[in-house]
Write a protein that binds this ligand. Structure first.
Ligand code: ADE
Length: 419
């Protein structure tokens, strides 16, 4: 089988970690059992461009169980778990193209490997795979049934393509399902960002001024968890409604320029470019730590830091580079500005990826079933899939809920009953 992974001898550890994660992915496991029986993806070639983690391994196993001919490449050069990639090849027969630390050319060569298989369904985390097809592979585009997208940044890119009339394929915005963003983006990012920062630096969060750039679902999650660890959290925002929400959630809100000299730790979670840049680095205090938990490594303008530095101490700790300014201040950048939770830690815990990846599996089944019937453009995950994932997750964690009585159903359907 064709593949490019770091070292197949890492596979034993990778397999242990894949099976460990699987214990916490009960919804996906149920879908996998059904897929094995019903084979809804029989004969469908699928290409997945995702973070190559233990959780992703369980997703691609599920797609394969459903009959798909799946291949996998990385959606970020620094997030690949090499042991998992090795096990996917050796133990699960998945052609995998991903090596942690791969350079940009290799990253795109891996995407091209998956495109060369002429997929009918693609699955993205950040839209790199589908946008490469749209740009350079009209022959593949012509035969594509559809695509799915995992993350906020990817959906933003896809909507921009749709607006410009450039999105010639139906794409299911998995990110926008409630069972995705309310849990993965908030609790997943909240926990895994704290995890990545602590693994990279071993800092004590209690008493630190932690500046959270962006108060979307990911920012809310990280702000909440940093506060839980005793940090004094400051939020920066561009959206007045979100800024107001942060104020009423009890956080200090101010422009980045004011936060820059106060912060001990800065984390960007905005999906936007150059959120922390020269004028902010110029005002930061000695020892400030800067990191990003957004999808792309554009949120911190690392080039400005390079320009300002008179010296760079690379690798003062794993995933930490120290930039020394002309006045002697040291600014510490984590994971080269790439997403900290997957670069320095293992990404979101399996239990939350269970929901996101169940949505992915069910959305690809939906695309396969509706091949030819979906218009080009961004589509929501069908409501019944979203609800079903929530129901299955509640079952998995053994939580029961009430059902509407006939009287209550009737009441909700009427407009003529008041006080
Ligand atoms: N995105 C965030 N966490 C992840 C994980 N554990 N696996 C795959 N993608 C992720």
């Amino acid at each position: 089988m064709d593949h490019h992974v770091k070292d197949l001898s890492l596979a034993d550890e990778g397999k242990r970690r894949i099976l460990w994660a699987d214990r916490d992915m009960q919804v996906l496991a149920r879908i996998r059992e059904r897929f094995e029986r019903e084979r809804p993806l029989e004969g469908v070639t699928m290409a997945c461009c995702l973070h190559v983690t233990a959780e992703t391994a369980n997703l691609v196993r599920t797609l394969k169980a459903g009959g798909a001919d799946v291949c996998l490449c990385a959606s970020n050069p620094l997030s690949t778990q090499d042991d998992v990639a090795a096990s996917l090849v050796r133990d699960f027969g998945i052609p995998t193209f991903a090596v942690r630390g791969e350079d940009n050319d290799t990253y795109y060569a891996h995407i091209e490997e998956c495109i060369a298989r002429k997929p009918r369904i693609t699955m993205d985390d950040g839209a790199d795979l589908v946008s490469t097809i749209l740009k350079d592979h009209p022959d593949v585009l012509e035969n594509l049934y559809g695509s799915t997208e995992e993350t906020t940044t990817g959906v933003i890119r896809l909507r921009a393509m749709e607006r410009d009339g450039a999105l010639g394929v139906p794409v299911i915005a998995v990110n926008d399902a409630q069972t995705k963003y309310m849990f993965d983006n908030r609790y997943g990012t909240g926990q895994s960002t704290v995890d990545g920062i602590i693994r990279a630096t071993d800092i004590l969060l209690a008493g630190k001024n932690v500046v959270v750039a962006g108060y979307g679902w990911c920012g809310r999650g990280f702000a909440m968890r940093a506060r839980g660890m005793g940090a004094n959290v400051i939020v920066t925002e561009v959206n007045p409604i979100r800024a107001l929400e942060a104020v009423m959630d009890g956080f200090r809100v101010m422009p980045m320029e004011e936060a820059a000299p106060i912060g001990d730790l800065f984390c960007t979670l905005t999906g936007n470019i150059a959120v922390i840049r020269r004028e902010h680095f110029e005002r930061m205090k000695d020892g400030a730590i800067v990191c990003n938990s957004g999808h792309f490594d554009v949120e911190i303008r690392v080039g400005d830091l390079e320009d300002l530095a008179v010296k760079v101490n690379r690798g003062v700790r794993r995933e930490v580079d120290e930039y020394v300014m002309a006045d002697g201040r040291r600014i510490r950048l984590l994971a080269q500005g790439r997403l900290i939770n997957l670069s320095a830690a293992e990404g979101h815990p399996a239990s939350v990826m269970d929901m996101s990846f169940s949505l992915q599996a069910l959305s690809s089944e939906y695309v396969a079933k509706n091949r030819g019937a979906l218009a080009a453009g961004v589509h929501p995950v069908p409501e019944e899939i979203d609800r079903r994932v929530a129901e299955l997750k509640l079952e998995a964690v053994r939580v029961g809920i009430d059902r509407l009585t006939a009287e209550q159903k009737d009441y909700l359907s009427r407009w003529d009953m008041g006080t």
